[in-house]
Design a protein around this ligand. Structure first.
Ligand SMILES: Nc1ncnc2c1ncn2[C@@H]1O[C@H](COP(=O)(O)OP(=O)(O)OP(=O)(O)O)[C@@H](O)[C@H]1O
Length: 360
């Protein structure tokens, strides 16, 4: 676990954060200049807070009162910078081996990391000759091979385009499953973060304004404001039940037959196997509500549920519907009134299989 309680003076405001970060992925989300990098830098020892402490498991790596400030190279942290920062004169292999030289690999062996990150064919190549995504993967591999106690990733998707992003995300998920350490991922892209984790720490003007599961954060006005108008996304973990390659349909289930969700996604057919867990994403405004099940419609997903909560957002209303799992549905306030959308009422949530996105 990482425990921080510090104040770091910055140009316009001070960054004052008191939080604990546990094993697993935490998404550090906030606008540009809000203090996300300052948080990572304070943990890593790249910035020195004026006051407070930073503790990594049982080790106090910084304490202003006790005058402790362990240098960055002794904190045993894997830090991946936005642009990867590889040694340009070294091959990919030598860059990776540099990680082992520093601390020796503990969690994963060299071959395991190379295969996990799909780097074997590039080992003898120099960084300038590989793509942005491959450079990011190498930087990640190097950090992993240094047997870090924690992994700090600063905007790991920013230097790569959308296609490469979708390559890096599954690698991060694989790492997360294999290496049980706290992993902090900084990003200002909420959908990208949600593909990795539901646990978010929201940073605004140097303060943490929420640190919880995404679904719980939706109940906070400050968090909702930060998520913005268009980005309320349902992020649901389900299991692959059946893959129909001919029709290009993957059937996922969460709570048994009654609530099977149909997903039409070619990518998921290739990447996932029956029985595997899969994270799916549906935008809250891609879901419609009906008071009855519709017959003779092309919409493949009709899930019966009960409204558990409504959240007023001015022109729109967020409805949290329990369909066996919780779905956030955004409708206009006007439709809400017409439909008598109130807690306790039974509704059908309708969405097309093509409206669903998957991680990886
Ligand atoms: N070394 C520094 N000394 C003083 N102020 C700094 C320093 N580095 C950054 N700042 C300021 O501190 C604030 C927080 O910056 P920080 O880089 O932590 O934000 P961020 O959320 O990571 O931003 P971005 O998403 O753009 O990388 C900004 O106002 C920035 O200008």
């Amino acid at each position: 676990m990482i425990k921080v309680d510090f104040t770091l003076q910055r140009d316009i405001f001070d960054v004052r954060i008191k939080e604990n970060f546990h094993v697993g992925i935490t998404g550090i989300y906030g606008a540009s200049g809000s203090g996300k990098t300052s948080l990572l830098q304070s943990i890593a020892g790249l910035a020195t807070p004026e006051k407070g402490f930073v503790k990594i498991y049982d080790n106090i790596v910084f304490n202003s009162e006790l005058d402790i400030n362990i240098p960055v190279q002794k904190r045993n942290i894997g830090y991946v910078f936005q642009e990867g920062r590889l040694f340009p004169h070294m091959t990919i292999e030598k860059n990776l081996l540099y990680g082992i030289k520093r601390f020796g690999s503990k969690h994963l062996g060299f071959d395991q990391v190379v295969d996990l990150l799909n780097l074997r064919h590039l080992l003898q190549t120099k960084p300038a000759m590989v793509s942005g995504g491959e450079r990011q993967r190498t930087a990640l591999g190097r950090a992993l091979l240094s047997a870090p106690k924690i992994l700090l990733l600063d905007e790991p998707f920013s230097a790569v385009d959308v296609q490469l992003r979708s390559q890096i995300l599954p690698f991060l998920l694989k790492i997360h499953r294999k290496v049980k350490i706290p992993i902090l991922v900084v990003s200002h892209d909420l959908p990208d973060l949600l593909k990795l984790t539901d646990r978010l720490c929201l940073i605004q003007k140097g303060r943490c304004i929420g640190h919880a599961d995404y679904h719980d954060l939706l109940r906070s006005d400050a968090a909702l404001e930060m998520f913005g108008k268009n980005s309320i996304m349902n992020s649901i973990t389900m299991k692959v039940k059946e893959i129909d390659t001919d029709r290009g349909i993957t059937i996922l289930s969460n709570n048994g037959e009654a609530n099977s969700v149909r997903v039409k996604c070619e990518k998921s057919n290739q990447t996932y196997k029956v029985g595997e867990e899969m994270k799916i994403f549906i935008s809250s405004d891609d879901i419609a509500l009906s008071r009855e099940k519709l017959k003779e419609v092309t919409i493949q997903n009709q899930l019966k549920g009960v409204i558990v909560e409504t959240i007023d957002r001015g022109a729109t209303t967020l409805c949290i519907v329990d369909v066996g799992f919780q779905l956030v549905v955004e409708i206009t306030a006007e439709s809400g009134k017409k439909m008598f959308v109130e807690p306790g009422n039974t509704v059908w949530c309708l969405f097309k299989s093509v409206a669903i996105d998957v991680a990886g």
